[in-house]
Design a protein. Sequence first.
Length: 73
Amino acid sequence: MVEVRVDAEICAASGMCTLLVPAVFDQSEEDGTVVLADPAPPAELAAKVRTAALRCPAGAISVHEGEADGPGT
């Protein structure tokens, strides 16, 4: 599991994240900055979320690995 964090203060409002993973990222109607729609996306979106973070021109997206769900995981 991944945890996604965004920093709207440094967001450049390019919309790249929204185009790449619309289930996780949205844009503010006010100023176009990033709005996090799902801070803990499903595992099948993890690779796309990492790509969005790498492609963010402002570096406003960070991805953190979640804790294991239980023993042996």
